[in-house]
Design a protein around this ligand. Structure first.
Ligand SMILES: Nc1ncnc2c1ncn2[C@@H]1O[C@H](COP(=O)(O)OP(=O)(O)O)[C@@H](O)[C@H]1O
Ligand SMILES: N[C@@H](CCC(=O)OP(=O)(O)O)C(=O)O
Length: 367
């Protein structure tokens, strides 16, 4: 089998027990399967939850803390316990883990985004196992990934993974929560995630998980949009991850090979950038960029809002509202000057620049 790049996400309920400790049997089973995937020569990136769930007992909490500071303190303890356990168990397979703790801000800042990409690539080139978690101890509520399902989807798009495997305590998506409805039926394969599917998915069933099936489906939707097929389910034994790759996994497969991947800079523009202004275009420009795959030229811009600079990301509006967003090659002032000249007496002698306002490689259409 060709060497593949696989992101494996493991949820808290699959690593820990309700008492706030690592469940050694479950833990060892995952590590063996991760090692088997690496031994088969695949590149593996692990997104591991479980810091809060593994840490709260040491802080004296009887259950998962509900306050932000309680969770952050528990994560500080649990993250080091988790990495210590990974380091110990992986050493039996001569695999070295590398801890990467990310915040939302690391994705929205372009240079930090590029740096994270370079670091993960370097670790993979050198045969290590990157283990990623959200940097819970410093992340502020409004600025989080939401949960590790979404983090794993963003990571798999960003490093162009061949597959995202979301391992949880249930073997896939059912048409209703099987913990409350014993006759619920499982979906083996889905072409994509519809709004109807999102309605079927409920919250977490465990005392340590967050988000439940709904957050997995939202994450799967994002991964698929970035060109990465997804598996959601469980399994046991050394071969479980290899089985998932072979198509024999115990769970739900989503959108195998149905999407074109978005390159890393367009992913950044689509998902992480903050916009600095608005550019309004006429009907001709709207048709050119939406239906003919063209770049946006200065001639199509008739109004500009905001004070952006060359290289910033702006929203583009047409007659029917938002068309998408892209990186501009002009500042707001340069575009305003061009529009002013075009509307004035000097129009005839005017030189109209041909450099694109937004090149199509720097453009992402709104959904
Ligand atoms: N339609 C559904 N199909 C499958 N599981 C569901 C569904 N709706 C809700 N769930 C719940 O989602 C849980 C998995 O999510 P979660 O507890 O957050 O896991 P993790 O800790 O692995 O992220 C399942 O155990 C189940 O109780
Ligand atoms: N970053 C948190 C996990 C957050 C999370 O999404 O948990 P889960 O739903 O179990 O994957 C932690 O390590 O405790």
């Amino acid at each position: 089998m060709r060497k593949k790049r696989i992101v494996v996400k493991i949820g808290s309920s699959s690593l820990t027990n309700d008492k706030g400790e690592i469940d050694q049997d479950k833990f060892d089973d995952h590590v063996q399967a991760l090692a088997a995937l690496k031994e088969a020569n695949h590149e593996v990136i692990l997104v591991s939850s479980g810091a809060v769930a593994a840490g709260f007992r040491s802080l004296g909490y009887p259950t998962r803390p509900v306050t932000v500071k309680g969770r952050q303190a528990a994560a500080a303890v649990g993250q080091s316990l988790l990495i210590q356990s990974y380091t110990d168990k992986l050493s039996e397979f001569q695999i070295i883990p590398a801890q990467i703790l990310l915040t939302r801000g690391d994705f929205s800042d372009r240079s930090r985004y590029r740096n994270a990409f370079a670091t993960i690539s370097e670790l993979l080139d050198r045969g290590l196992l990157p283990i990623i978690n959200e940097n819970d101890t410093v992340a502020v509520d409004e600025l989080t990934f939401g949960d590790n399902d979404m983090l794993s989807a963003l990571v798999s798009g960003f490093i162009h993974a061949d597959m995202l495997m979301i391992l949880t305590d249930i073997n896939g998506l059912y048409d209703s929560n099987p913990h409350t409805n014993p006759s619920a039926k499982r979906f083996d394969y889905l072409e994509g995630i519809s709004n109807e599917m999102l309605e079927l998915a409920g919250d977490s069933g465990s005392k340590v998980g967050t988000g439940g099936m709904k957050s997995k489906l939202l994450a799967a939707k994002t991964a698929v949009a970035l060109g990465v097929p997804v598996f959601i389910g469980k399994g046991s034994g050394k071969e479980k991850l290899l089985d998932i790759m072979r198509g024999n996994g115990d769970g739900t497969y989503i959108a195998e090979g149905t999407m074109d991947p978005l390159n890393t800079s367009r992913q950044w523009i689509a998902l992480h950038s903050e916009t600095s202004g608005k550019v309004y275009v006429d009907q001709g420009a709207e048709e050119a960029i939406l239906y003919r795959g063209k770049s946006l030229l200065p001639a199509g811009v008739f109004k500009v809002n905001g004070n952006f600079h060359k290289g910033d990301v702006v929203e583009v509006y047409g007659i029917n509202g938002l068309l998408g967003r892209g990186e501009v090659a002009y500042s707001a002032q340069q575009l305003k000057d061009l529009i002013k000249k075009r509307n004035s007496e000097e129009k005839k002698e005017m030189f109209v620049p041909t450099v694109e306002v937004i090149h199509r490689n720097r453009w992402v259409q709104a959904k």
